[in-house]
Ligand binder design. Structure first.
Ligand code: SR1
Ligand code: MG
Length: 462
């Protein structure tokens, strides 16, 4: 979600001079040309609307097989609440499905910020790979139209977006385990630990084409929050002092750029690329992952860190959603239990896959187990898990900063109406974020991280 002020600012509604030109939006050394952004739009591309869906999709067999051929009985609602795309639920008396179509610009900003349609192509390929690597966890694809940047897929019902579920104080059974398994399986099986290396290299090349969405992550996550970038927005003046402190923090800025270098240079595996709680759908007993359009090859800890960070922000935001003061205390404890279990499940499943599915070019069994050196294999596993752990903590910290200081905020904090209370919650997340980035090598396991989180929540300074 863009915070409302930033969205207004980018649309130009705050200015008497009209919409901000693209070159203004992409200044700060980010981009000074439109080249590559608008070139993938064919003349045939046309955004769908609720009115045109029956006529435009009524001839597609994969869709009529599910909804029936009588399009007069179809109904469509546009439900997209993300930052980028059109999302329709299309229903008939028989069934329902999701139609997701990329727009040639950032939806909440408008056409002053173009974004290539080809992101739908990358999302389609990411979903097909995730379906093979973590069955039952992602929507089934019924139809893909590259020219129209359109994916028709399974409608999860009665699932809701996890972020809203956590704001409402709901609990889910099995979510932590499923997300731990999902991340371990997709991340291990998309890497040179598992894949045939020629296929991995082909995928590396394929997803390298998703450069513009990667560029958003590189700038919005790893750079903008740490200087006065034009698109930044934050809860001001309440956060002014801590923002100034973070931006003057040399250790923090150096460590964040080390993390950015890891994100850019460590093409370890196929990432989801945007695995926050708005990309997860749940019921009380089910969990699904959606929206991998930011897919790229990157470090394993990025997806895990982004996900854990969003749970930790949900934790700090709870006082802002409490029915009465202190009434969300038990619930906060439950969220920390989820964080703990996700990491424990991830590490256990990653270890199992290491022992049972290590068929790639890295750490070959021919060097270890086949020579009776099982202990060497375990030693190497420990080293890899330790690296992933440190990356996870660092990326989690950066994600906290960018959701509070950058362009794209999250509803956990944004929906807290009392801005002073909201600033208290945000400040705690910013403090934890700083600790996770700068001291990520010092945390021996999850318990000290959770202890620190509880201490910060109690108002102890660090
Ligand atoms: C302009 S896109 C802003 C953010 O929305 C997406 O969900 C990603 O998180 C991205 O960083
Ligand atoms: Mg998304």
């Amino acid at each position: 979600m863009l915070c409302p002020v930033a969205a207004r600012k980018l649309r130009g509604n705050d200015s008497a001079t009209g919409p901000k030109p693209l070159w203004k939006i992409w200044e700060n050394g980010r981009r000074d040309t439109l080249e590559g952004l608008l070139t993938d739009r064919s003349d045939a591309y046309e955004p769908l609307s609720t009115d045109t869906i029956p006529a435009r999709l009524g001839g597609i067999r994969a869709i009529t097989d599910r909804l029936g051929k009588d399009v007069s009985k179809w109904s469509a609602d546009e439900v997209g609440d993300g930052n980028l795309n059109l999302v329709f639920i299309v229903k008939s008396p028989q069934s329902a499905l999701i139609v997701k179509q990329a727009l040639p610009y950032v939806r909440l900003v408008g056409d002053s910020w173009p974004l290539p349609l080809k992101r739908a192509y990358f999302e389609y390929h990411a979903l097909t790979r995730q379906a093979g690597r973590a069955p039952e966890m992602v929507p089934e694809i019924y139809h893909f139209d590259e020219e129209q940047a359109l994916i028709v897929m399974e409608f999860f019902s009665p699932h809701v977006i996890l972020r809203n579920f956590l704001i409402a104080g709901n609990r889910n059974e099995g979510m932590a385990e499923r997300m731990g398994l999902f991340t371990a399986r997709t991340l291990f099986r998309g890497s040179d630990l598992s894949m045939d290396t020629s296929k991995r290299k082909a995928d590396l090349a394929l997803f390298a084409g998703n450069a513009e969405l990667c560029d958003i992550t590189e700038n919005l996550v790893f750079s903008d929050p740490y200087f006065d970038a034009e698109m930044n927005e934050c809860n001001t003046p309440q956060l002014d002092a801590i923002v100034a402190r973070l931006r003057a923090d040399i250790d923090l800025k150096v460590e964040v750029q080390h993390l950015k270098a890891r994100f850019c240079n460590n093409a370890e595996t196929m990432l989801h690329g945007d695995l926050h709680t708005g990309s997860i759908m749940v019921t009380t007993h089910e969990t699904k992952a959606i929206d991998p359009e930011f897919v790229t090859y990157g470090p394993i800890g990025f997806d895990v860190g982004m996900m854990l960070s969003n749970f930790l922000m949900a934790y700090f935001s709870q006082p802002g959603h409490a029915e009465t003061a202190g009434s969300r205390g038990d619930y906060q404890g439950w969220i920390l239990g989820v964080v703990d279990e996700i990491w424990a499940t991830f590490a256990a499943e990653f270890s199992r896959l290491w022992r049972e599915e290590r068929t790639g070019i890295l750490y070959q069994k021919s060097l270890y187990e086949d020579q009776g050196h099982d202990l060497a294999s375990e030693q190497a596993l420990g080293h890899r898990l330790n690296d992933i752990w440190q990356d996870t903590l660092g990326f989690a910290g950066v994600e906290m900063h960018r959701r509070i200081l950058g362009l794209a905020h999250n509803a956990d904090f944004e929906t807290i109406e009392n801005e002073d209370l909201r600033a208290v919650c945000e400040t705690k997340a910013l403090e934890l974020g700083r600790q996770l980035v700068v001291n990520r090598r010092q945390f021996s396991g999850m318990e000290p991280v959770l202890d620190l989180t509880r201490l910060i929540e109690k108002g102890k300074s660090v």
